[in-house]
Design a protein around this ligand. Structure first.
Ligand SMILES: [Zn+2]
Length: 349
């Protein structure tokens, strides 16, 4: 990291060595007391606060304003950005739809604080898609035709995702991962479903999973995203509010995050190999050749048993499990050792 070695201490009037502590800072802002968490630099000689890097003071004032907004229930810039991404609109269009002056949203990005009543409207837009669409219809004459059509198209997609849990999980993974191929998505969905048994004791995905040659597959998701081939899927819609996560509980989102932070670190091919080592897939591939197409339904009870027996219920346990799988794959897969030797030769040359 770019941590500087010395900081200037006003008390010692010298460059000093310092430590960084996570502290709860209390400060005044606009006549109100706000408290926020911050990594505070402290002089090692006298304990006085020191700026640990050039961005220290601006970072601290941002944290303070963020805390103030949160305390007063005022929408944050990140949340306004979420509105723009969710509905696929620009700042001016949002201002028109919300009934604000044209430059209002732009001003917020320049640092102006939204008034409470404006902020409440924006929160409602973020959380309530139907209400948003009512506003759009009412302000239709103010919007360009192309903007209006884009919004309607986006609204239809949101409404469709609202009805399907597997779509919501897939969309959540696509957004969180930033880059995910159809092959990796299929594997991650199946790991999510399994880990949810180990963590929450219940099934996550109610669509049928099938034992295809390349691992477990949800045919509905496969058909939806196959056009991307080996490329990352590029049609995720970002929002952590409203319809996009309406069928997911907090507990379930925790499981999905857990899978993303563990299995999500590995390449699609590695994930495929891990899925090939799992009993619920293997038992449905008996009698099939390696690359032979198969459509047998995976047995959910077998999935539940596998994840509970392997105790895949924390990030640490999942990481250990993955590393074990990779070790097995590396030492037992035919051809792998030759591959390693080959690569070593390349490096020597
Ligand atoms: Zn000092």
């Amino acid at each position: 990291m770019g941590r500087q070695e010395w900081a200037y201490c006003n008390e010692c009037e010298d460059l000093v060595d310092f430590d960084i502590f996570e502290e709860i800072v209390t400060e005044q802002y606009k006549g109100e007391e706000v408290r926020f968490k911050f990594h505070v630099g402290r002089c090692r000689c006298c304990g006085n606060e020191v700026a640990t890097d050039t961005a220290y003071n601006s970072r601290k004032s941002e944290a303070k304003i963020k805390a103030y907004k949160k305390k007063r229930g005022i929408i944050d810039i990140d949340e306004i950005s979420e509105i723009l991404m969710k509905y696929d609109i620009g700042k001016e269009a949002l201002a028109d739809i919300a009934g604000f002056g044209k430059v209002t949203i732009k001003r917020y990005y320049e640092g102006f604080l939204p008034a409470k009543e404006y902020s409440d409207i924006l929160y409602k837009i973020l959380n309530d898609e139907t209400w948003f669409m009512d506003l759009v219809q009412r302000s239709r004459t103010k919007l360009k035709e192309v903007t209006y059509r884009k919004i309607v198209a986006r609204y239809d997609r949101l409404a469709r995702i609202n009805e399907s849990k597997i779509d919501q999980i897939a969309n959540y993974i696509i957004i969180r991962m930033e880059e995910v191929t159809p092959l990796a998505l299929e594997k991650l969905l199946s790991f999510c479903n399994g880990v949810n048994y180990a963590v929450n004791g219940e099934r996550l995905i109610f669509d049928e999973s099938q034992a295809w040659a390349h691992g477990p597959v949800y045919p509905y998701i496969y058909n939806k995203y196959k056009k991307y081939g080996y490329k990352p899927i590029g049609d995720g819609i970002y929002s952590s509010h409203g319809w996009l996560v309406s069928k997911l509980s907090e507990k379930e989102r925790t499981v999905i995050d857990m899978v993303i932070r563990t299995f999500g670190l590995y390449s699609p091919k590695t994930l495929e190999k891990i899925s090939h080592s799992q009993e619920p897939w293997r038992e449905k591939r008996v009698g099939y050749k390696d690359n032979e197409a198969g459509r047998e339904a995976i047995d959910e009870e077998s999935v539940e048993r596998f994840y509970i027996e392997n105790d895949l219920c924390t990030e640490e346990k999942i990481m250990r499990y993955i590393l074990n799988c990779i070790r097995e794959i590396t030492f037992h897969a035919p051809g792998t050792r030759t591959d390693c030797a080959f690569r070593e030769n390349m490096i020597q040359e």
